[in-house]
Design a protein around this ligand. Structure first.
Ligand code: GLN
Length: 486
């Protein structure tokens, strides 16, 4: 049952073969046994989860069930969750009990999904390995000496270890796709503006986007049906007709044009990753797709551009954590400035401080034009490349990450190496496009490899179709680590 799809679980619930109380209880039991070894969750709240499960059972009994009613979903600890501790992976919010729900949480509550816990993450979503969390690193279920990726590493680990059927994540530069790839699960970062950022703790507001993480594309489509939608409380939320993201899942792929950016298949990519990605593309050819070489020349600038813009926005967003209204406050200080200084010195970890310093620097009077404005101009060029490429193809494919999961500690003292693990994902956020990762095999040390799918604006239904057809023909997405196959 732990390997069942959302549709299968929903079928069991509606056929009354199992109640949500039982289902939630089973997952909680597994989670409590496994989590101490993986550290995927920061907070669990068994009683609250079971209260939600009971309410879901009542909805089912009353014939008001939605496809996700009664199904456990884990929430990344970046989403404000009423009555739950919401830490964002930081000491700064270690005592923060949210007084309200994020739009995403509210949407899951409305359909009667059960919140099974809050997942671990890099502090304020800054990181690619989950090692910047104040609550300690998360372990990769495929190899506990490896990182799960980040920043949604807790969600990726929880799904990969089948501690929850599905989870939420957020992606500012790759944080849904890269951990999905490293943990062998599926994840989609929607077009910017599709999922509300209300109550999603801000890192870099022009890049941040919430999305689902689950075993398969079909599961992601069901989750996106819940998560996407207009919200007046987010000024960048898009007002569009609601879509059914499952509508195209079964479409055959004959005639699909896949763009392969020549810049993606160069020496930076490891052989093991290249092999699995090429095998996946060969599978797509069997399914009727054709491939065409495309070029994204400005992509090589995306990491430096991102590390100007994201810290600039972060330095502004994180100024609200001052010890005054909520969150951590330094216990000893002499006056107000001293309180601010000590609170921020003690409450933030090293990576967060590095970003605030960089961001403040690039926004400062003498450097604004040289860094921030230049980066904004390059951002436009990066987006323009994709617009050109989509004239020749329907979808772009490549590796999600240049390597498989690296060892815990391997890159934690070298920020630049760490930043390069998002070399393929970051451009997608800069352009505001939807991106996705699906498991397509294993590389070195038997660690998972992810295929990166990039779609045009609002092409989510098509991307999910492309991913689903591959998953119908292969079984990478249902594999799970041997030690967990119980
Ligand atoms: N690894 C990138 C960073 O540290 C992206 C993180 C994210 O997408 N939240 O900024």
């Amino acid at each position: 049952m732990f390997n069942f799809s959302l549709k299968q679980l929903s079928g069991l619930l509606s056929a009354k073969k199992i109640s949500s109380i039982e289902l939630t209880g089973e997952f909680l039991k597994r989670l409590k046994t496994l989590n101490p070894g993986y550290n995927a969750f920061i907070t669990i709240n068994e009683e609250t989860s079971l209260v939600q499960a009971r309410a879901a059972d009542a909805m089912i009994a009353a014939g008001q069930a939605h496809p996700l009613t009664g199904i456990p979903v884990a929430q990344k600890d970046i989403f404000c969750t009423k009555g739950w501790r919401t830490t964002c992976g930081s000491k700064m919010l270690s005592n923060f009990i949210s007084p309200y729900d994020a739009d995403v949480v509210e949407r899951f509550n409305t359909v009667g999904a059960v919140n099974i816990g809050k997942t671990n993450m890099d502090e304020f979503a800054m990181g690619s390995s989950n090692e910047t969390s104040f609550y300690g690193p998360v372990k990769n279920p495929w190899d506990i000496t490896a990182v799960p990726g980040g920043s949604s590493g807790g969600s990726a680990c929880a799904v990969a270890a089948r501690m929850t059927p599905a989870a939420t994540g957020t992606d500012t530069g790759g944080s849904i796709r890269q951990p999905a790839a490293l943990c062998g699960i599926s994840g989609i970062k929607p077009t910017y503006g599709l999922v509300s950022r209300y109550g999603m703790i801000a890192f870099a507001s022009s890049l941040d986007q919430g999305g689902p993480m689950a075993k398969s594309a079909e599961d992601l489509a069901l989750m996106l049906n819940v998560m996407a939608g207009f919200d007046v409380r987010d000024s960048t939320s898009l007002q569009r007709e609601p879509e059914d993201y499952t509508r195209d899942l079964e479409k055959p792929l004959a005639g699909l044009r896949i763009g392969l950016p020549k810049e993606y298949f160069v020496k930076e990519i490891n052989d093991d990753v290249a092999r699995a990605v090429e095998a996946a593309i060969a599978e797509y050819r069997k399914l009727g797709a054709t491939t065409v070489e495309v070029s994204l020349p400005a992509t090589k600038l995306s990491v430096p551009v991102y590390y100007v813009l994201a810290p600039a926005e972060a330095s502004s967003n994180l100024s609200r954590f001052d010890g005054v209204r909520y969150g951590y406050r330094a216990p000893d200080y002499i006056d107000l400035s001293d309180m601010y200084r000590k609170t921020r010195a003690q409450g933030f970890g090293a990576e967060v401080k590095r970003r605030i310093l960089i961001g403040t620097y690039v926004l400062s009077h003498g450097y604004y034009d040289a860094y921030y404005i230049q980066a904004q101009k390059l951002r436009r060029l990066i987006a323009q490349d994709f617009i050109e490429a989509f004239k020749q193809c329907d979808i772009i494919m490549g590796p999600t990450s240049p390597t498989v999961a690296f060892d815990l500690g391997e890159k934690s003292s070298d920020p630049v190496q760490m930043y390069l693990s998002d070399a393929y994902t970051i451009a997608v956020n800069l352009a505001g496009l939807p991106g996705m990762s699906i498991p397509v095999g294993f590389g070195n040390k038997n660690r998972p490899v992810g295929l990166h799918l990039i779609g045009n604006y609002f092409a989510e239904a098509q991307m999910l179709n492309v991913a689903h057809q591959y998953q119908e023909a292969t079984d990478w997405h249902v594999r799970m680590p041997v030690q967990l196959q119980t």
